[in-house]
Design a protein around this ligand. Structure first.
Ligand SMILES: NC(=O)c1ccc[n+]([C@@H]2O[C@H](COP(=O)([O-])OP(=O)(O)OC[C@H]3O[C@@H](n4cnc5c(N)ncnc54)[C@H](OP(=O)(O)O)[C@@H]3O)[C@@H](O)[C@H]2O)c1
Length: 303
């Protein structure tokens, strides 16, 4: 990865942090896209402890604020000539209903719409990079429980935190596949899109929902379940690293851990749910995401 630039969203914690450490160790410049620059800088110090010559660039990118996403993308486009990999990794899980700065339900807004906008803004620099660039979108095995509720996509009428999470993670897969189809249909060979999931990894993800809903019982249950079943965050980063770098990836794949119930183990190509391979739903979600974010991909201006 020497002389390559990689953007990782949510780089200050969990899987994003571990992926940043590995990319940096392999010589990449890692742009750490973080909701909080202070948390990002602290994480960068941690990476530097392990990789003293790490080339890290911590920048603010709040995926729950489309202006912040656009400003981040502008900065990257101005300051970097090329971008080898965009890791759409950041996420929130099963939190009480909240809204982003733009009024979107937060799990849909951050996990899907923020990354939809970010990718659209960065597509030109990805495409301008010599050789193949990749967009890697982090989903979850829970996408299999997901349904896109097109009648109430922001879950304004009724809100269940797990349904909203599963919807957002299904949206990640639909988006990743649809992006790859659109790139292929327009003959854009220089960018491929691939989807991954980490299985179950012990990170900050599991604690935020219980903490924000004030449920100490759920918090302890999550901690116990993590101790019993989860793999490390470093192992959870492997599918994303594989999707970002492996030679066998050609675009449109789904990568996850191949061990026990696909919750742990080494990365392999897997089959995502039937709903995630519904091209009509993917197209509908794409149009909706374009309308909601105001970001339209400039495919025609590329290649
Ligand atoms: N861990 C698992 O078992 C598991 C399973 C399936 C899928 N995943 C997926 O893996 C991804 C990474 O999660 P993780 O497990 O590494 O959890 P994590 O340790 O909680 O990391 C999540 C990251 O996302 C960032 N983030 C949250 N809201 C954001 C926003 N509005 N703008 C920018 N960044 C934001 C967080 O930043 P702050 O620190 O500032 O909050 C943090 O850096 C997520 O997409 C998650 O859905 C994880």
């Amino acid at each position: 990865m020497t002389d390559e630039t990689v953007v990782v969203t949510g780089a200050n914690s969990g899987i994003g942090y571990e992926a940043t450490r590995v990319f940096a160790d392999r010589g990449a410049t890692v742009v750490m896209a973080c909701r909080s620059v202070a948390r990002g800088e602290r994480a960068a110090d941690g990476v530097r402890d392990a990789v003293p010559d790490a080339d890290l660039d911590v920048r603010k990118c709040d995926l729950g604020d489309l202006d912040s996403v656009a400003a981040f993308a502008d900065g990257v486009t101005t300051d970097y000539d090329g971008l080898r990999v965009l890791c759409n990794n950041a996420g929130v899980m099963a939190i009480p209903r909240q809204q982003t700065a733009d009024g979107f339900e937060t799990q849909f807004g951050v996990n899907h719409l923020g990354h939809f906008a970010l990718t659209g803004h960065l597509l030109a620099v990805l495409d301008a990079t010599e050789g193949e660039s990749r967009v890697v979108t982090q989903s979850s095995g829970l996408h299999e429980q997901g349904r896109i509720d097109f009648d109430d996509v922001q879950h304004e009428r009724s809100y269940d935190e797990w349904e909203a999470y599963a919807q957002s993670k299904l949206a990640n897969v639909l988006f990743g596949y649809e992006l790859d189809r659109r790139l292929r249909n327009r003959g854009i060979d220089g960018v491929v899109s691939v989807v991954c999931h980490p299985g179950w990894a012990a990170t900050g993800l599991q604690a935020r929902g219980p903490r924000e809903s004030g449920s100490s019982v759920r918090l302890w249950a999550m901690k116990l379940a993590n101790a019993l079943f989860a793999q490390s965050a470093a192992s959870g980063a492997l599918p994303m690293l594989f999707a970002a770098t492996d030679d066998e990836v050609t675009g449109g794949e789904y990568v996850g851990p191949g061990g026990l119930m696909n919750m742990r183990g080494s990365p392999e190509f897997q089959r995502s749910s039937d709903a995630s391979r519904d091209a009509d739903a993917a197209e509908r979600l794409w149009e909706l995401s374009t309308d909601l974010t105001g970001v339209s991909y400039g495919f025609d201006a590329l290649d």
